[in-house]
Design a protein. Structure first.
Length: 64
């Protein structure tokens, strides 16, 4: 079940990546719900999203 939450989180983040504020809000929620090893994977996913949208970089504070 937790893996399904991880995949769902990735889809949501992909869909809201056009709006930095919304992306940060969803990322903050994800950090409260996901397991520690999933957060590491999520960081890699976000780094790949940042190549297309560099403004998302400010949201990384929620992963540190």
């Amino acid at each position: 079940m937790p893996r399904a939450m991880f995949e769902y989180t990735k889809e949501v983040l992909k869909k809201v990546s056009f709006d930095t504020n919304l992306f940060c809000r969803e990322l903050k929620k994800a950090t409260e719900r996901l397991l520690p090893y999933e957060l590491i994977e999520l960081k890699d996913f976000i780094l790949s999203l940042m190549q297309k949208n560099p403004s998302l970089r400010r949201c990384l504070i929620y992963l540190n």
